[in-house]
Design a protein around this ligand. Structure first.
Ligand SMILES: NC(=O)c1ccc[n+]([C@@H]2O[C@H](COP(=O)([O-])OP(=O)(O)OC[C@H]3O[C@@H](n4cnc5c(N)ncnc54)[C@H](OP(=O)(O)O)[C@@H]3O)[C@@H](O)[C@H]2O)c1
Length: 355
């Protein structure tokens, strides 16, 4: 094996734009001194996650020690396996579990992200790529679709025949939510700022697509009594307007706040000086259930919630009902452009990097 290359974050920025600007591409020695249960994956594709952006400014709740290589999700082929590894062989195509290895994991594997030629993982943290998936789709699947499942199913109890309003629907987790909600049998109203991107979201299965400008009136024309579930990955003004789009007793799922990303202080200062605030009068009068849906935190706290989630996602994926849309592909040399494209929402579905 020859040395490769990797992206490195050595210092945190005041915000993701500054953090991304400071990323360097450096030579990557072939990893050595590994445990007998480890594998080395030669990365072919790694998805750019929202968490990858926030981590560069230390605004994410879970931080790897500096320096680290970003890239929470990756797919590639095994090029080395330790003496104790069973059931995996050199050349196997695998996807690595972003909760058990890479920057969002805990412990020794935090330094190995996907924006690199090589990633190291414990053998228990890699799994076969879903049937019929490309490497790009495999790298873009688990984080977004596990999020969609945790929010819509585990937290939101979305049922067939219900109506769900999905904000940020053109994004990685939003498009996963659109596909998943359709697989469940719900009616999907998807929102976004770009007619061009919304046309793609409709092709991906949304029943209705709406601009965010006249939300309450537009939603009421489709669902006169209001929607049963809101999947809110955008936050800010749209959250408050969405409370007014809800049916009595609806579930309001707090997924994220892509429109207000400066909730936490930069440079790792964290806290929540600019947190979004919801009006309690609307929540009370409509008998709403407002549910925070932190997929990674909930899974770290109770790993048992994952087995059913993965099994059902794989069943849908293998049946062709779930298929990530990868709209942008960048070489590792353009890692900063790839991350800024995500930051500026110049994508639909997933953005991936090819190391
Ligand atoms: N709860 C969890 O476990 C979990 C897991 C993963 C992600 N998240 C959160 O979910 C959010 C989205 O993540 P993602 O990976 O899907 O991001 P993404 O791919 O960048 O998608 C976000 C979408 O939000 C919309 N958006 C961005 N800025 C906006 C603004 N100012 N006003 C209105 N809409 C805006 C954009 O859609 P248009 O350009 O079409 O308007 C964009 O496609 C983030 O806040 C992330 O932290 C939460």
């Amino acid at each position: 094996m020859q040395n490769g290359q990797r992206a490195i974050v050595r210092e945190l920025g005041e915000d993701p734009v500054a953090g991304i600007a400071s990323i360097t591409i450096e030579e990557q020695p072939v990893p050595t001194g590994l445990a007998p249960g480890d594998v080395i994956v030669r990365v072919e594709s790694s998805a750019v996650g929202w968490v990858d952006l926030l981590m560069t400014s230390g605004q994410y709740q879970h931080m790897p020690p500096l320096p680290y290589t970003p890239g929470l999700e990756l797919a590639g082929k095994i090029v080395w396996a330790g003496a104790d590894v069973r059931g995996l062989a050199i050349g196997d195509a695998v996807v690595a579990d972003g909760l058990s290895t890479g920057p969002r994991s805990k412990g020794a594997y935090q330094a190995y992200g996907g924006f690199a030629t090589y990633a190291v993982a414990p053998a228990s943290a890699v799994r076969p790529i879903p049937a019929g998936f490309t490497m790009d789709q495999a790298a873009s699947f688990f984080a977004s679709y596990e999020t969609a499942y945790h929010c819509l199913v585990a937290c939101g109890d979305l049922r067939a025949g219900e109506t769900v309003l999905i904000h940020g629907a053109s994004g990685a987790s939003g498009l996963a939510a659109v596909q998943l909600a359709k697989a469940i049998g719900a009616t999907v109203i998807a929102t976004g700022r770009s007619p061009e991107k919304l046309a793609i979201v409709k092709e991906q299965g949304a029943d209705y697509v709406l601009p965010i400008t006249n939300l309450r009136d537009d939603v009421r024309k489709i669902a006169p009594d209001g929607v049963d579930v809101v999947y809110d990955a955008v936050g800010g003004d749209i959250s408050i307007e969405s409370l007014r789009c809800c049916a009595f007793g609806a579930r309001f799922l707090i997924v994220g706040w892509a429109s207000t990303p400066f909730v936490a202080k930069g440079k790792g200062g964290r806290g929540a000086p600019n947190a979004n605030v919801l009006p309690t009068n609307l929540i009370l009068m409509k008998g709403l259930r407002v549910i925070g849906c932190p997929t990674a935190i909930s899974t770290h706290r109770d790993p048992s919630i994952r087995e059913e989630r993965l099994a059902r996602l794989m069943t849908w994926a293998n049946a062709g009902a779930l298929r990530p849309l990868v709209s942008r592909v960048f070489p590792l040399a353009e890692v900063k452009e790839a991350m800024i494209a995500k930051w500026e929402s110049r994508h639909v579905g997933a953005i991936v990097i090819h190391p």
